[in-house]
Write a protein that binds this ligand. Structure first.
Ligand code: ATP
Ligand code: LTN
Length: 326
């Protein structure tokens, strides 16, 4: 059966880009594939953070994943640090990846530039990500466009390891949606919407109330002529709204354009589509948030199932790379 794996960091509140670029695909893939999804808390340690906040974000992110439609009966849902094989396998990946390869990663450049403290973990982060993916014999990795480079690197690492030490890892491929793969900040349409950047007006949170969503979309940056067409270069703000509208209604951005001629209509249609898309998710989240003990029970079971797969792959990798087994 086709194995799917993906991860999301507990680095802030889940935003619309996460949902349209990744989580929608996660939900649809859990039925057609053998899916494994992970709250990647070890990845969240790569940047300065507050310990208590990380703990509570990890649990609430697991609840959010269930609220968007992941069902622990139909997929494996777990927290990365609960399966220690990830950290061990990451070392094997660090020793397989080249320094120059890691230095070329644009996410490292973006997240390190201008910061006073840059951890070594931020630099080796893609090796941990490769471990996450390769431990599960993954065929497909549903992610947003920004992760394409990391999946390419994961492929290169798997191919290199296999050719040096014999067939060990499955070589995965990225699955990126036709709309919503790169949702941009509503106030700065030249940069991607993200949960950890400070841009409250430019970021739509999954838990934003309807009136807040409406206000943010109505204030989204467009340009001065009132023409609606999809062209990311010439019309970044308008094209972003068209991508959001398309992703929220199952259309391509160009199809979403149909019948819309003015900015006001585009903003109204987009706000309505996003509000309707998020309404059931918000309702379910608040129900689940009332029962943290049940969430903990479910993710503990998820970790057990994940460990079974990960430990088998890691034993194979340890054997093939030449570590002594007693
Ligand atoms: P951070 O700001 O901490 O880097 P993030 O919001 O970028 O967080 P991640 O946890 O890094 O979110 O990513 C989870 C998934 O969401 C990934 O598959 C990523 O590609 C996708 N994603 C994140 N932001 C966007 C976006 N703006 N548009 C589309 N997909 C996105
Ligand atoms: N690096 C990713 C998060 C991530 C991930 C993964 C995604 C960590 N491990 C494995 C897919 C598969 C990010 O920053 N969005």
């Amino acid at each position: 059966m086709n194995r799917v794996f993906s991860g999301i960091k507990p680095s802030g509140e889940v935003q619309l880009g996460n949902y349209l670029g990744a989580l929608q695909n996660w939900v649809s893939m859990q039925d057609e594939s053998d899916a494994v999804y992970c709250v990647v808390d070890l990845h969240a340690l790569t940047v300065p953070h507050d310990a208590d906040e990380l703990r509570s974000s990890t649990l609430s992110l697991a609840q959010m994943l269930m609220a968007v439609g992941l069902d622990p009966e139909r997929c494996i849902l777990f927290v990365q640090s609960h399966v220690q094989e990830h950290a061990e396998c990451a070392w094997l990946m660090e020793c397989t990846a080249a320094f120059g390869e890691l230095r070329r990663m644009t996410q490292f450049k973006d997240k390190s530039t201008g910061n006073e403290f840059v951890s070594a973990g931020l630099f080796t982060y893609p090796a941990l990500q490769a471990a996450d993916i390769l431990l599960y014999d993954t065929n497909q990795v549903p992610v947003g466009e920004d992760q394409r480079q990391h999946i390419e690197l994961t492929r290169d690492i798997a191919i290199r390891f296999n050719s040096r030490f014999g067939d060990t890892f499955t070589v995965p491929e990225a699955v990126i949606p036709p709309s919503g793969a790169r949702v941009m900040d509503l106030q700065h349409p030249d940069r991607k919407m993200s949960k950890s950047e400070e841009s409250p007006q430019g970021t739509i949170l999954i838990l934003d109330p309807p009136e807040v969503i409406e206000k943010k979309i109505k204030r989204a940056v467009t340009d001065s002529n009132d023409e609606v067409f999809f062209d990311v270069e010439k019309k970044p703000g308008v094209s972003n709204l068209l991508s959001i509208l398309g992703a929220a209604t199952g259309k391509t951005p160009k199809e979403a354009c149909d019948g819309i001629t003015r900015y006001g209509d585009l903003k109204n249609a987009t706000a309505e589509a996003v509000i309707e898309l998020l309404r059931p998710v918000q309702e379910k989240y608040y129900t689940l948030a009332d029962d943290p003990a049940e969430t903990s029970r479910l993710i503990a079971k998820g970790a057990e199932k994940a460990r079974e797969v990960a430990s088998t792959t890691l034993s194979r990798a340890r054997q093939n790379i030449g570590l002594l087994n007693l």
